[in-house]
Write a protein that binds this ligand. Structure first.
Ligand code: DP6
Length: 330
C-alpha cells in the first residue's frame, strides 16, 4: 500500500442557504449560497492506495462504513480515479469531531477533506477552484469548506454546457466582518430525513419554494454588501430570515420535513428576546435541530453562557476558520 495522504477540513455554516439542486448527479444548485467556515469540529481524512485489494475500504470514526455512506464515498473515489486515469482501490480513514447528522454540516468538512486527501493519494494536481468543484460532487456544501472565512458558492449559469465547470466556491476577500458563531448543541443523533431527500422533496412539492429561491438570489447581493461594509446587523438579519424561510419551505413540503424541535424553537425565541434588549444576536439553522447564533466576537462567551443556562445544553463558540489543508498523520 502507498503511504497515507492526510487532509483536514472544517464545517461551514451558510448565511444564505443552499437548498435545492438543478442537477442531482453533478450536484448543481439552483442558486448561489454564502457561508462562514468555522474553526471548530475539524474532520481529518487519510487516503492510501491499496493496489492488491479487490475494493475500497472506508472506516469512519473507527467503524467500517456500510450502506449509503459507503456507496457515496466509493462513488466519490470513482470520480477521483477517473480524473487520475487510475484504477487502484483505496482505503479511507476519516475522523469526525462533530456528531454526524447533527445539522453541523459534517458532510461539508468530510468531503472537502476527502477531496484533498484523495486527489493527493491519486496524484491529481488540482488548483483550489478544481478542488472545490470536486468536493461539490461529494456534497454541495463541501465546495465551500475548501476555503476559509466567508465563501460564496456560484451556481453557474443554468443550462450551460460548462455548468459543471462554472459551479465552484471562492473565498470573499472583501469581507470586513470577524464575528463569532455559537453552536447550541441541543441533541445529537441521526436526522429524521437526509438533507438530500429533504431538499428533493421541498423543490418538488413546497408551494413556498419558488418565493424563497427568489428571495435567496436577492439575499446574496445584499449579504455581499453587508459583508463588504462590515455591517453585522444587516448580515445577521439577512441570515436569520433566509434560514427561517428555508425551514418554512421544507415544513410545507409533502410530506413535511421538520428539523426544528421544541428545543430549537425555544432557542430561536430566546435569541430574538436577547436582540429586543439590545444584544446583537441572530440565529440560523440547518438540516438538524441545533441552532447557531451569529454575534460579535467580543460578546460571544457571555452570550454562549446565557444560552447554555437557559437550555441546559452545551454550547461551542466558533470563530472564522481555515480552508482545507494537508497535514501529516491523523
Ligand atoms: C441546510 O451539502 O449536505 O446545510 O449536496 O445533498 O450533500 P448535498 O447537501 P448538503 O446540504 C446542506 C444544506 C444546508 C444549507 C447549506 O449548507 O447551505
Amino acid at each position: 500500500d502507498t503511504p497515507p495522504v492526510t487532509a483536514v477540513a472544517h464545517p461551514n455554516i451558510a448565511l444564505v442557504k443552499y437548498w435545492g439542486k438543478r442537477d442531482e448527479d453533478l450536484v448543481l444548485p439552483l442558486a448561489d449560497s454564502l457561508s462562514l467556515t468555522l474553526d471548530v469540529f475539524p474532520t481529518t481524512t487519510s487516503v492510501r492506495l491499496c493496489p492488491a485489494a479487490a475494493r475500497d475500504t472506508v472506516v469512519v470514526d473507527g467503524q467500517p462504513a456500510t450502506g449509503e455512506m459507503l456507496r457515496r464515498i466509493t462513488g466519490f473515489l470513482d470520480l477521483v480515479r477517473a480524473l487520475a486515469r487510475r484504477r487502484e482501490p483505496a482505503r479511507v480513514d476519516t475522523r469526525n469531531t462533530v456528531p454526524v447528522g447533527a445539522g453541523l454540516a459534517s458532510s461539508a468538512a468530510g468531503f472537502a477533506a476527502l477531496a484533498l486527501a484523495a486527489a493527493g493519494a491519486y496524484e491529481v494536481t488540482l488548483d483550489p477552484t478544481a478542488l472545490s468543484r470536486l468536493a461539490r460532487r461529494g456534497s454541495g456544501s463541501a465546495a465551500r469548506s475548501v476555503f476559509g472565512g466567508f465563501v460564496q458558492w456560484y451556481a453557474g449559469p443554468p443550462g450551460a454546457d460548462d455548468a459543471d465547470l462554472a459551479s465552484y466556491a471562492e473565498p470573499l476577500n472583501d469581507a470586513r466582518l470577524d464575528p463569532a458563531m455559537i453552536a447550541v448543541l441541543l441533541r445529537t443523533g441521526p436526522k429524521p430525513v437526509s438533507s438530500r431527500e429533504a431538499m428533493r422533496r421541498t423543490v418538488a412539492t413546497s408551494p413556498l419554494f419558488p418565493g424563497w429561491l427568489a428571495a435567496t438570489r436577492t439575499d446574496i447581493t445584499a449579504m455581499r454588501t453587508a459583508l463588504a461594509e462590515g455591517d453585522l446587523a444587516a448580515a445577521g438579519a439577512i441570515a436569520e430570515r433566509n434560514a427561517l424561510g428555508m425551514h418554512a419551505t421544507m415544513e410545507t413540503a409533502t410530506p413535511p420535513v421538520n428539523y426544528r424541535t421544541q428545543g430549537s424553537r425555544h432557542v430561536l425565541e430566546h435569541v430574538r428576546r436577547m436582540r429586543d434588549r439590545g444584544e446583537q444576536t441572530w440565529s440560523t439553522m440547518d438540516a438538524g435541530p441545533n441552532v447557531k447564533v451569529l454575534c460579535p466576537a467580543a460578546d460571544a462567551q457571555r452570550i454562549a453562557a446565557e444560552l447554555g443556562e437557559i437550555t441546559g445544553c452545551p454550547t461551542v463558540v466558533a470563530r472564522p476558520g481555515p480552508g482545507a489543508r494537508m497535514t501529516t498523520g491523523m
